[in-house]
Design a protein around this ligand. Structure first.
Ligand SMILES: Nc1ncnc2c1ncn2[C@@H]1O[C@H](COP(=O)(O)OP(=O)(O)O)[C@@H](O)[C@H]1O
Ligand SMILES: CC(C)(COP(=O)(O)O)[C@@H](O)C(=O)NCCC(=O)O
Ligand SMILES: [K+]
Length: 276
């Protein structure tokens, strides 16, 4: 039986990344559920805008709407707080009647430059709030980003490069005879000196990526010997597994937290006492 009590402090966090949408359902400051979906077309967002509660959302966007054990008697149009790095998707969501876009000026980090990605700022702020500063966030998503802040909550800076999936798809798409390697088929480390094309691609991308990440980690620790490092993003499990195999002592000191951005969003939303 579903409870008949309406939960007034329910809110949704939506991180719009370049590959997909990352969702969280909060009750006050408690993170209740997380899930990922594809980017959503305008027609589906229009449909969602007509839904009064989450129970009515299409399961492609809210996969739990048919599950009776989840209490979902939410107030009309639960608020969606959006942190987006994809302006075309942000624009589409603005037709939802109760939406708030989180912007850089709401993140209390110092020294941010105006075009810094809101996902990077929020993940760093969230990680710093939970584990302390200095903090370096490594986000292994569509792109791979490094974003660090010092003990004074000041942005140190970072770096952006193509992520694992993007490296594989670019190699497949921009060449005449290379196949596209799918990250989901990779289970263990490839041979370093490969004797077939798919493994040669895997070797090249994976070993240079790991070497590059290791170099950034060492540079971070030479700046901040006690600096913390947190890892998130769709490819974080794969990367952590490689570090465990190649550099177990580094792997052991990495904080693995897929929900970093939601902790950053919670900090900002909780300033607004209405949702406590
Ligand atoms: N179910 C999935 N769908 C898409 N990408 C996935 C999935 N599971 C893991 N990945 C990996 O996640 C990466 C994208 O990371 P993610 O953090 O989801 O991206 P973003 O936040 O930039 O949208 C892809 O390179 C892919 O290898
Ligand atoms: C670097 C990013 C593309 C990362 O996006 P993601 O891979 O997480 O989808 C995004 O944070 C962004 O568009 N940043 C703006 C440029 C910057 O941060 O300097
Ligand atoms: K991201």
């Amino acid at each position: 039986m579903k409870s008949q009590k309406r939960i007034e402090n329910i809110w949704l966090a939506l991180e719009i990344g370049n590959s997909r949408l990352h969702w969280a359902l909060f009750k006050g400051e408690t993170l209740d559920l997380t899930w990922d979906t594809e980017h959503v077309p305008k027609s589906v967002i229009q449909q969602i805008a007509q839904c009064h509660t989450l129970d009515d959302w299409p399961t492609t966007v809210f996969p739990f709407s048919q599950q009776k054990e989840i209490v979902l008697e939410t107030s009309t149009h639960p608020p969606i707080f959006i942190a987006s790095v994809v302006p075309s998707q942000t624009k589409l969501w603005q037709i939802y009647p109760n939406v708030e876009i989180i912007t850089l000026d709401q993140v209390p980090l110092l020294g941010m430059y105006p075009t810094l990605g809101i996902d990077r700022a929020l993940a760093l702020w969230g990680a710093g709030k939970i584990w302390g500063l200095p903090m370096l966030v490594i986000d292994a998503g569509t792109t791979l980003t490094f974003t660090g802040a010092d003990i004074n909550q000041c942005l140190v800076g970072g770096a952006i490069l193509p992520g694992l999936g993007l490296q594989f798809s670019t190699l497949g798409q921009k060449t005449g005879q290379l196949p596209i390697v799918e990250t989901k088929v990779i289970t263990s480390l490839p041979p370093r000196f490969a004797l077939n094309t798919p493994e040669a691609i895997q070797s090249g991308v994976i070993y240079t990526l790991i070497a590059g990440i290791k170099d950034f980690i060492e540079a971070w620790w030479s700046l901040f010997p006690k600096g913390k490092i947190a890892v998130k993003g769709g490819d974080h499990t794969l990367l952590i597994n490689y570090f465990q195999a190649l550099y177990p002592e580094i792997a052991a000191s990495l904080i693995v937290e897929p929900n970093l951005i939601f902790w950053g969003m919670r900090e900002i939303v909780m300033e607004n006492s209405k949702y406590k």
